[in-house]
Design a protein around this ligand. Structure first.
Ligand SMILES: Cc1cc2nc3c(=O)[nH]c(=O)nc-3n(C[C@H](O)[C@H](O)[C@H](O)COP(=O)(O)OP(=O)(O)OC[C@H]3O[C@@H](n4cnc5c(N)ncnc54)[C@H](O)[C@@H]3O)c2cc1C
Length: 434
């Protein structure tokens, strides 16, 4: 079977959906997802989405993002993200996203680690679900957008450093060629490569393996964020995140003697390191987190999902501490893109967590990723619309049977490259320090 479309978007999280919604109505858009439309990390986002509150906050927001990123961020990308944030939040509200409001009707802001002021819009502790389900409904209503679930991209089709489509695999193993004038990779993070991660396990960095295979430029793919606080469990599977905003709202971390051991609002990588060291000192597989400093009514109204999930695991967070442990959470590196989300291949774009536009540097500031995904997905859509007529539709000449099981070593290939880059950075940084 063969499908032809104007624009193909691989992935139906916030970045893929928002890109689709910003593309022209007269173009046929096909979106595919490896799983169902509700199974992506965008649905899991808890804490919220950052916004520039007012002009006075610009310098502080810029500095917080840079400091968290160890000043390795691309300044131009950070500037674009911050300056676009108010329009994005307004657009989300116009789509029907329901952010928490103050009594006077203004947007309520919460705070997370490494932010010097509250500037995060939120919807209870399920902000990602609120945003993504709203965008999904909007996409479903558009006549020019078609979504196919349970269809996995296994390779792109290359024509002289241009992407002219992909090969995708159905659940029953059958392969389909999808020819597209433009392709957008919106395939999310790398958590599926790790045994302890907050991500969905099917997010196995397929786009990165494909990029490596075709020589598409990557950037800092060893920059992987470990979240300091996920609920400790002996069970296998996805780790449940205890959002940083609980610490922003006053929760404390304790060692086994019930003593605080770190400033809870330092950047994520520093808090995660402090927890790991404390676990070694204590000889325990977790440290304690106490939400008791937060008034019970605030826990129930702001963090109902955390309250409910912890209760199901046997902990009442209004009364007792919970055991927490760091886990893989976010991917700052990715497919190298420019400020319009264009990759090093023609007609191939990458958006969201799988792309690296340099916003996050070496470490992401909390609640910057939904915003970054939306800002740069919209820019990709704009650039595709502008350049659409510059490229002809191509009918590739491929033999589909060449792609049978082509993805079987993808996870190993990516893991090896991450390790190679990690060693490279380690040696490079050590040399700098000498
Ligand atoms: C628990 C948790 C909490 C978070 N909280 C926050 C927060 O409060 N604020 C914030 O800003 N960020 C938060 N984040 C990060 C943020 O949610 C993600 O960075 C963002 O949603 C990524 O969106 P995306 O569109 O790039 O990817 P995703 O939403 O993960 O979507 C990826 C899509 O690609 C598809 N896909 C993958 N591979 C293939 C393939 N080979 N073929 C076809 N389809 C494929 C998947 O099926 C999925 O549809 C959180 C993340 C997690 C895990």
């Amino acid at each position: 079977m063969k499908i032809t479309t104007d624009i193909l978007i691989v992935g139906t999280g916030v970045s893929g959906l928002y890109c689709a919604l910003n593309l022209p109505d007269d173009k046929d858009i096909l979106m595919i997802t490896k799983s169902t439309v509700e199974e992506n990390d965008s649905f899991l986002a808890q804490g919220g989405i950052c916004m520039l509150k007012n002009d006075d906050d610009y310098d502080s927001y810029f500095e917080d993002t840079m400091r968290a990123g160890h000043y390795e961020n691309r300044k131009e990308s950070v500037d674009i993200m911050i300056r676009s944030s108010q329009d994005i939040i307004k657009d989300l509200i116009d789509y029907g996203v329901d952010f928490q409001r103050n009594e006077d009707g203004s947007l309520a802001f919460t705070k997370e680690g490494a932010h010097s002021t509250p500037r995060i819009c939120f919807h209870e502790d399920t902000t990602g679900k609120e945003i993504t389900s709203t965008l999904l409904e909007a996409a479903k209503k558009k006549k020019n957008i078609k979504i196919i679930e349970n269809l996995t991209m296994v390779d792109i089709i290359e024509d002289n450093k241009r992407c002219v489509g992909i090969v995708a695999k159905h659940e029953n193993g059958a392969l389909t060629e999808i020819d597209a004038r433009f392709t957008v990779l919106a395939t999310g993070g790398v958590g599926g490569l790790y045994s302890h991660s907050t991500n969905f396990p099917h997010l196995t960095a397929d786009s990165l393996a494909i990029a490596l295979k075709h020589g598409i430029e990557l950037e800092n793919i060893d920059y992987i964020q470990i979240h300091p606080t996920t609920l400790y469990s002996r069970k296998r599977g996805r780790r449940f995140l205890i959002s940083e905003s609980v610490r922003g709202e006053g929760a404390f971390l304790f060692n086994s003697h019930m003593e605080r051991f770190v400033d809870e609002l330092l950047p994520r990588d520093i808090v995660a390191d402090a927890i790991k060291k404390q676990m070694e000192k204590d000889g325990k597989p977790y440290v304690w987190l106490s939400m008791k400093p937060i008034p019970k009514e605030d826990i129930l109204s702001h963090f109902p999902n955390i309250y409910k999930t912890c209760k199901q695991e046997g902990y009442d967070v209004t009364k007792e501490c919970i055991p927490v442990v760091p886990a893989q959470h976010y991917f700052m590196g990715g497919i190298h893109v420019d400020k319009y989300s264009a990759t090093s291949f023609d007609t191939l774009y990458a958006v969201g967590e799988t792309a690296c536009n340099g916003v996050h540097g070496k470490n992401r500031l909390a609640s910057n990723s939904l915003l970054e995904s939306l800002v740069f997905a919209k820019r990709a859509a704009g650039r595709i619309a502008e350049t659409f007529d510059d490229y002809d539709a191509v009918t590739p000449d491929i033999n589909i049977s060449d792609y049978i099981n082509c993805e079987k070593d993808y996870a190993d290939i990516v893991k090896k490259e991450i390790e190679r880059m990690r060693i490279y950075h380690e040696q490079h940084n050590n040399a700098d320090e000498c």
